[in-house]
Design a binder for this molecule. Structure first.
Ligand code: ASP
Ligand code: MG
Length: 861
C-alpha cells in the first residue's frame, strides 16, 4: 500500500465580528468547503463572539464587588441567542456556561482573583464560539471536528505571573505530533484562538487580540501552506480606512512591512502573529469575511528592496514625558538612571528623543496602565534627576515603509504638512522602517489626511496599491450593508432604468423619502419649529410635501418666497422665514410685505434704511465665531465668512434697534453644513444665549441647519437622537426660548438621484474614463466642493466590480468629473448610471454652461 501523502494544512482565522452571526458562518462554511475542494485540510481558528471577551474581562472585578450576576446573565443570553441564530442546539454549551457560572461564583465566595483565574474565565469566550460554530459547520454537511487549543499549543515559561497567564508566548517550531493529533479529528478542525496551556496544564492567554497569534502558531507548527486571517475589513490599507476612506488597499507586503504597520497602530493584524509565519515563510493572507471575492492583502517574503512609503499609521491616546535637566551634558549614566525609574514603575518606553538639556519619551497607556496618579508618582521618583512634564493626549503618526531614510528627500513636499502642526517629537526607527512624529491628538486626523494626499495621490498608477476603501464599498449592495440601510432606489431599479431610457440625464426624487426625513425632524422633541432651507431643492411638489408635514420654509430671495406661495397658496406667512444676505433694500420691503419673519445679518440696513424696519420685529443673524463643515466654502462663520453680525457689533446693534424702534425677537446662527458633531447645535444655542442676554425681547433661537446625511460608505449621518438630547438639555436650562432649526440637505439629499446614460468609454495610459450625458452643469458639487456621490451601474447593480474609472461628463472643463477612481462592473455605452444622494444642491445649483440643458426633474411616489 502506498503511504498517503502528508496532509496539506491551511489555517483560517475568523475574528469576533466574523463569527458573530449566521450570515458570517455561512461564509465560513463556504470557505471551508472551498479549501477542502482545493485538497487542503482547514484548521478554523476562531475568536470569541464580538464583545464577549470585553465582558469576560470585566467579570472577575465585578464578581469581587458582588455585581457579576447581570453581566454573566448577559453573556449566557448572548450565546443562547447565538445558538438559536445558528440553528444549533444550545445544550451544546450548557456545561461550559455552567462551569463559567460556577467559576464566577467561586471568585465571589473567595473574594479573590488572580491572573490564573482571569485566564480561565476569558478562555470561555473562544470555547463557546467554537463549540457552536463547529456544530453549525457539521449541520452544513461538513466533516468538522472540534479541538481544545490548550491541547495543541504550549506556552513557554515566564517568571512574571501576569505575563505568564495573560500574555503568554509559545514556540513556533514545526510540531509533527500536532499534525498527527489533528489528522484524526475531522476533515476540517475548529479550534480556539487566544488560548494555550502552560507546563502545568493551566489555561493561559496570548494577550488581547491574540487569536491572530494562535492562528499563526498553528500554521507554523503544522507547516501550513498558508494562513488566512478573515476579518471585517478587506486587508491592510495605506491609512485607517474608517477614518480616511480614500486609503488604498495594500495588495502585497513583506513580513517586515506588515509587522511595522501592525506595530505602529493598524488594528487589522496583531503584531505578534508575524514572527511564526515569517520563520517558516508561510504566506499570510488578510481577507474580508463579508466579501470573500475582494482580493485582500498578501504578506510574504520580500520581492524587491526598493525604498517606498507603504502606509501612514496613527496611534492615539499616547503620552509624552518630557524631562529637563541642565546637567545631562556629557554626564555619564543619566539615561541609565532615568530609565531605571521607568523600569521600576513597570513602564515600557516607546519612542525616545534626546537633546543636551532634555530627554522626551513616549508611553503607550494601552500596554502600561498609565494615568495622572502614576505620572505624579513617576515624577516624584524622577525629581532627583530632572524636571518632568506630561504632554498629552498625543498621537504618534508614523510613515511606514522600506528604507525611509533613502527617500527623505522625496518626502520634502509631504513634510510641509508639518508646518501647521506642533511636532513634539520626531523619531526615525533604526530599522529604517518608520519615521514617526508626535503631535497633539486633535491635530492627527488633518495631518494624516494631508500626508496621505501628498504621499499617495500618485499611487493610482502603482500596482502595489489596490482600490480605495471608498471604491471597495461603493457598490450599491455593499454600501447598504455598511450603512445598515438599503437606499430606496434599490427597490425602484426597473422603474429608474425605464425613466432614464425615456429621458436622460434626469433627476428623480423619491417623495416618500422626503416625507420620512420630514417626519424624523418633526419628531424632535426639543425643537419648536423646523424651517426647510429650500435653496437645497425648490421643486414645487417637494415643497408641497414638506408643507403638508408641517414644516416652514427658510427663503433667501424674494423669488423663493414667491415659489413657496405659488406651490402652497394657503400657507400662513409666519411659516416663512426670510434670511437674505447682502440683499438690496427693496428685498427687505418685499419680505415684510409678504408677512415673513425677516432676518438681518448686517448693520448696514438699520444704519441706512431705518424706515424699512421702524416698528418691526426682526430676527438677527449672529456670527457664532467659529465655523464647522465638510469644506471651507460651506463654513459660514468666522471673520472670513460674509455672514452674520459679530459679537463685537452687538452694542451697536442694540443702540440702532432702540433708536429706530426695532424689536429683536429672535437670534439666528448657522455654522456650516455636513456636521456630524451632535452637540454642535446646542453649542450654537449656548452662544446665542450670550447674545440674547442683551435683548430681553428675544423669544426664538434659530440654531441653523447643517445636519449631515450619510453619503460616504462607512460614514453615517448625524445622530438625530443625540442632537435632540443635547438640545433638550439646553432647553431644560433655558426654557424661555423657542428653538428653531433650518435644515436643507437633510430633507432632500437622500431622496434624489441623478440618472445618466453612458456615452463613451476611454482608456488613456493606466486611467479609464466612463463618459456620461450628465455633467457639472447638472451636478456641480463634486467639482466645486470635491463632494462625494456614490455612483452605481443600475443595469448591473450588484455585479462584481471589474474596473476602476473616472466618471466624467460632456462639459469642456477638466473638473467635469462626477467621481474619481470608482469601482464599476463591466460598463458599456447605453448603461444607466445612478449618482446617489443628489437631491440637495443638485438641480438647484445647475447651470446652462456650454449651453447644455441641465438634467430635468421628476418626482415619484
Ligand atoms: N477574543 C480575544 C480578544 O478579544 C482574542 C481575539 O479576538 O483575537 O482579545
Ligand atoms: Mg483582531
Amino acid at each position: 500500500m502506498q503511504p498517503s501523502p502528508p496532509p496539506r494544512w491551511v489555517v483560517l482565522k475568523y475574528g469576533g465580528t466574523s463569527v458573530a452571526s449566521r450570515a458570517r458562518w455561512e461564509k465560513i462554511a463556504e470557505r471551508v468547503a472551498a479549501c477542502i475542494e482545493e485538497g487542503l485540510r482547514p484548521v478554523v481558528v476562531c475568536s470569541a463572539v464580538s464583545g464577549i471577551s470585553d465582558r469576560l474581562d470585566a467579570l472577575p472585578a465585578a464578581a469581587l464587588k458582588g455585581e457579576a450576576e447581570a453581566p454573566l446573565a448577559a453573556i449566557l443570553e448572548r450565546h443562547r441567542r447565538h445558538a438559536a441564530d445558528l440553528g444549533v442546539d444550545p445544550g451544546l454549551v450548557a456545561d461550559d456556561l455552567d462551569r463559567l457560572s460556577r467559576l464566577v461564583k467561586g471568585i465571589e465566595l473567595v473574594g479573590e482573583t488572580s491572573p490564573r483565574v482571569h485566564a480561565r474565565v476569558m478562555a470561555f469566550g473562544e470555547i463557546l464560539s467554537t463549540r457552536l460554530g463547529a456544530a453549525f459547520l457539521r449541520g452544513r454537511g461538513l466533516d468538522a471536528g472540534w479541538v481544545d487549543t490548550r491541547e495543541c499549543l504550549d506556552a513557554l515559561p515566564d517568571p512574571d505571573p501576569r505575563r505568564a497567564f495573560l500574555q503568554a508566548h509559545c514556540g513556533h517550531g514545526l510540531d509533527p505530533a500536532l499534525g498527527e493529533r489533528l489528522d484524526g479529528v475531522g476533515r476540517a478542525v475548529v479550534a480556539q484562538g487566544f488560548i494555550a496551556r502552560d507546563a502545568d496544564g493551566q489555561t493561559v492567554l496570548l494577550g488581547r487580540g491574540g487569536s491572530d497569534t494562535a492562528a499563526a502558531l498553528f500554521a507554523a507548527r503544522l507547516g501550513a501552506e498558508r494562513c488566512e486571517i478573515w476579518t471585517d475589513v478587506p486587508g491592510m490599507f495605506t491609512a485607517d480606512p474608517r477614518r480616511l476612506p480614500d486609503a488604498r488597499l495594500l495588495r502585497r507586503l513583506d513580513y517586515d512591512e506588515a509587522q511595522e504597520i501592525a506595530s505602529t497602530g493598524a488594528k487589522v493584524l496583531h503584531p505578534r502573529c508575524i514572527p511564526p509565519v515569517r520563520a517558516h515563510r508561510i504566506p499570510l493572507w488578510i481577507r474580508w469575511t463579508e466579501r470573500p471575492e475582494v482580493e485582500g492583502t498578501v504578506v510574504g517574503s520580500r520581492v524587491d528592496d526598493a525604498p517606498r512609503v507603504r502606509a501612514i499609521s496613527t496611534r492615539t491616546g499616547q503620552y509624552l514625558v518630557s524631562m529637563d535637566t541642565p546637567g545631562m551634558w556629557q554626564q555619564v549614566g543619566f539615561l541609565a538612571d532615568v530609565f531605571a525609574v521607568f523600569k521600576r514603575y513597570g513602564l515600557s518606553i516607546d519612542l525616545v528623543s534626546t537633546s543636551e538639556m532634555n530627554v522626551t519619551v513616549s508611553i503607550d497607556p494601552a500596554g502600561n496602565a498609565f494615568d495622572a496618579e502614576r505620572f505624579a508618582a513617576l515624577s516624584d521618583a524622577l525629581a532627583p534627576h530632572c524636571q518632568t512634564k506630561l504632554i498629552g493626549p498625543c498621537a504618534v503618526v508614523s510613515l511606514v515603509g522600506r528604507h525611509i531614510r533613502a527617500i527623505l528627500h522625496r518626502l520634502g513636499p509631504a513634510l510641509t504638512a508639518f508646518e501647521e502642526h506642533r511636532v513634539h517629537l520626531l523619531s526615525q526607527a533604526a530599522s529604517d522602517l518608520n519615521l514617526s512624529v508626535v503631535v497633539d491628538e486633535d491635530q492627527a486626523p488633518r495631518l494624516v489626511r494631508n500626508l496621505h494626499w501628498l504621499l499617495f495621490q500618485e499611487a493610482a498608477r502603482d500596482p502595489a496599491f489596490g482600490p480605495s476603501w471608498l471604491a471597495l464599498s461603493d457598490v450599491g449592495e455593499q454600501t447598504a450593508e455598511v450603512e445598515g440601510i438599503t437606499p430606496w432606489w434599490h427597490a425602484e431599479r426597473e422603474r429608474l432604468i425605464a425613466l432614464a431610457a425615456e429621458l436622460s440625464p434626469r433627476y428623480v426624487y423619491h417623495g416618500p423619502s422626503v416625507d420620512a426625513a420630514a417626519a424624523r425632524l418633526t419628531a424632535l422633541s426639543s425643537v419648536d419649529r423646523v424651517f426647510y432651507a429650500m435653496k437645497a431643492n425648490p421643486e414645487p411638489r417637494l415643497l408641497q410635501r414638506i408643507e403638508r408635514a408641517g414644516l416652514g420654509f427658510e427663503c433667501v430671495s424674494p423669488a423663493e418666497i414667491d415659489r413657496v406661495k405659488a406651490a402652497c397658496p394657503d400657507i400662513a406667512p409666519d411659516r416663512i422665514l426670510f434670511t437674505p444676505n447682502f440683499a438690496p433694500r427693496e428685498e427687505y420691503v418685499a419680505g415684510f410685505e409678504a408677512g415673513a419673519w425677516v432676518t438681518l445679518d448686517n448693520l448696514h440696513p438699520l444704519e441706512h434704511w431705518p424706515d424699512v424696519f421702524r416698528g418691526r420685529d426682526v430676527m438677527v443673524r449672529i456670527d457664532p465665531g467659529k465655523g464647522r463643515g465638510h469644506h471651507d466654502h460651506v463654513k459660514t462663520a468666522g471673520a472670513r465668512s460674509k455672514f452674520g453680525v459679530s459679537f463685537d457689533q452687538i452694542d451697536r446693534l442694540k443702540a440702532l434697534a432702540a433708536q429706530h424702534d426695532v424689536t429683536v425677537v429672535g437670534l439666528h446662527a448657522h455654522s456650516g453644513s455636513g456636521i456630524r458633531t451632535a452637540a454642535q447645535w446646542a453649542e450654537v444655542a449656548e452662544r446665542l444665549v450670550e447674545a440674547a442676554q442683551r435683548f430681553p425681547t428675544v423669544r426664538h433661537l434659530d440654531v441653523g441647519g447643517g445636519l449631515a446625511v450619510a453619503e460616504k460608505p462607512g460614514r453615517a449621518g448625524v445622530d438625530l437622537d443625540a442632537v435632540d438630547a443635547t438640545l433638550a438639555a439646553f432647553k431644560a436650562k433655558h426654557p424661555r426660548y423657542a428653538l428653531w432649526i433650518e435644515p436643507g440637505r437633510y430633507l432632500v439629499a437622500e431622496a434624489g438621484v441623478l440618472l445618466a446614460r453612458v456615452t463613451q468609454l476611454k482608456k488613456k495610459g493606466p486611467v479609464r474614463y466612463v463618459g456620461v450625458d450628465a455633467g457639472m452643469n447638472s451636478l456641480i458639487r463634486p467639482a466645486l466642493y470635491g463632494a462625494y456621490h456614490a455612483i452605481v451601474n443600475l443595469d448591473r447593480l450588484g455585479d462584481a466590480p471589474t474596473m476602476v474609472a473616472n466618471v466624467v461628463g460632456p462639459i469642456c472643463e477638466s473638473g467635469d468629473t462626477l467621481g474619481y477612481n470608482r469601482d464599476l462592473p463591466e460598463t458599456r455605452e447605453g448603461d444607466t448610471l445612478l449618482v446617489a444622494t443628489a437631491g440637495a444642491y443638485g438641480r438647484s445649483m445647475a447651470s446652462h454652461y456650454n449651453l447644455r440643458q441641465p438634467a430635468l426633474e421628476t418626482v415619484i411616489d
